[in-house]
Design a protein around this ligand. Structure first.
Ligand code: ADP
Ligand code: GLC
Length: 481
């Protein structure tokens, strides 16, 4: 049994903005089931929702920007598990309304460098057993830029646990002016080209990439892609230099939370043997979005952060053509205001074909997965992606671009893959409206062949997406270091 400190900026169901929360809420549980002693360390945001009791554990003194501060460590549990969660309680940084990264008006917190440097410094004290928790980590598992300074700071300790840094998304790097490095009083030994310096700026992400003993990312294909200029954001050189310690481990899903046979959020439970019941969800979804209730018409869906990564521009450019086809389209998401407005404008023009809900709605996201026929994920890049996996579990056929985890989890529908029962969706290559629309047309064609369509659904629903396999890969990695 290893002691693993899992440091993250979000974890479902405590706090979630995207897939990082899904992973942080389910991988530690899977590791605990394999016998590891995992503790999650996460900021005690004002918006956090702890279902279990919260206890005070200790107070630790931290060197913050130009001063020393006392930070409380609170303890709770991940619901339905024995995984202990330690909350970094420092109201000045985490006690205001907003989400982990932006304030209530949607602006990035102006003190994000200080906020996450504090999280990192607390992680170091906890990892080194200097925070009165009587627990010595063997491994510190860090996730994304918010935790990037942990491997960097730990590298300066003479005795320390091994470090793993998982990249969930290279597009977010935590880059700040050099003055932030100085203001944060970070050790000068870290400021060089092989350290946290990135073209004269401070990069939290680079701290993780340069100093962690092992680097992982959330799919094998993305692990290759980030070693190229198209996906590496200037860090491809460092990543290929470190490729002997870099690997891709595909995400699993919380198979209890995302189970069409036992999902409290959906209208009608179903599984691969009772697929006809999925229709009850389709009609509920159409009604909820005030679209004509019609069991026959193919219902397309998208749930996403509305940002460029997700290919929302491709959708917008293709929408006119798409809506000329006999289909309906529902969309749930929030993000870029210009994307939101353009999508809403389309829905207004095509009230019988398209409906949009701007916002974040967990229950509705489950009903959409259960009720839709087709799920769109034309991402420009996608480290792993979870919705295409949820879709397959719910008999909803994904249309995805051939990139990252989408390429690794969806099998294109071709004569061979139909013959050998592996086809689960539609995959296209170019990030162009033409290539995307082509895939939509292929899907519509197969939708008109109910037997083949049902085979795709069943193929997807029978795949094993649980964490068991992937958690074993992490376990092997921990063992190795
Ligand atoms: P990313 O982490 O890049 O946003 P993922 O596919 O890994 O992409 O994970 C996104 C997660 O966030 C999924 O669980 C998805 O259902 C959820 N999600 C995204 N937008 C919304 C929304 N508007 N309402 C509810 N859930 C959402
Ligand atoms: C990131 C990626 C997404 C991935 C998620 C969880 O947010 O954008 O592809 O599934 O992290 O690893």
């Amino acid at each position: 049994m290893k002691k693993i400190l899992f440091v993250t900026a979000e974890a479902h169901p405590l706090i979630k903005t995207g897939g990082l929360a899904d992973v942080s809420g389910s991988l530690p549980k899977a590791l605990a089931e394999l016998g590891e002693d995992v503790r999650i360390l996460i900021p005690n945001y004002q918006a956090i929702k702890c279902a279990e009791a919260v206890y005070f554990k200790s107070t630790v003194r931290i060197a913050d920007a130009g001063r020393s501060v006392d930070v409380n460590l609170l303890e709770t549990r991940l619901p339905d598990s024995n995984v202990i969660v330690w909350l970094v309680d420092f109201a000045e940084y985490f006690g205001l309304p907003g989400n982990p990264y932006v304030d209530a008006s949607g602006e990035a917190w102006p003190n994000n460098a200080e906020r996450f440097a504090l999280l990192c410094r607390v992680a170091v004290e906890v990892a080194q057993n200097r925070s009165y928790l009587d627990w010595q980590a063997d491994i510190v598992h860090c996730n994304d830029w918010q935790t990037g300074l942990v491997p960097a700071l730990l590298s300066l300790e003479s005795r320390r646990p091994a470090t793993v840094f998982t990249i969930h998304n290279m597009a977010y790097q935590g880059v700040f002016e050099k003055s932030a490095f100085t203001a944060l009083n970070l050790p000068n030994a870290l400021w060089h080209m092989g350290g946290v310096e990135y073209n004269g700026w401070l990069s939290f992400l680079k701290g993780g990439l340069a100093y962690a003993d092992r680097i992982t990312t959330v799919s094998p294909t993305y692990a290759d892609e980030i070693q190229t200029a198209d996906y590496g954001y200037g860090l491809e050189g460092l990543l290929s230099y470190r490729k002997s310690v870099l690997s891709g481990i595909i995400n699993g899903i919380d198979a209890e939370h995302w189970d069409p046979a036992a999902d409290a959020y959906i209208a009608q439970a179903f599984d691969s043997k009772t697929l006809a019941k999925k229709l009850g969800n389709k009609t509920a979804l159409q009604a909820q979005f005030a679209l004509p209730v019609d069991k026959k018409i193919p219902l397309f869906a998208l749930i996403s952060r509305l940002v460029e990564q997700k290919g929302i521009d491709l959708i917008l450019e293709s929408l006119e053509d798409l809506l000329a086809e006999p289909l309906q389209f529902v969309l749930l998401g929030s993000g870029d205001k210009s994307f939101e407005q353009q999508l809403l404008a389309f829905a207004e023009r095509y009230p019988n074909k398209m409906a949009v809900k701007i916002g974040y709605d967990e229950g509705l996201s489950h009903l959409i997965e259960a009720g839709a026929d087709v799920f769109l994920m034309p991402s420009r890049f996608e480290p792993c992606g979870l919705n295409q996996i949820y879709s397959q579990r719910y008999g909803t056929i994904p249309i995805v671009r051939n990139t990252g985890g989408l390429a690794d989890t969806v099998t294109d529908t071709l004569p061979e893959s139909i013959a050998n029962h592996t086809a689960t969706g539609f995959v296209f290559n170019d990030a162009s409206p033409g290539s995307f629309t082509e895939a939509v047309k292929r899907a519509l064609l197969v939708y008109s062949l109910p037997k083949v369509w049902k085979q795709l659904q069943v193929n997807g629903m029978k795949k094993d997406y649980s964490w068991q396999e992937s958690a074993k890969h992490y376990q092997a990695l921990y063992q190795d270091i």
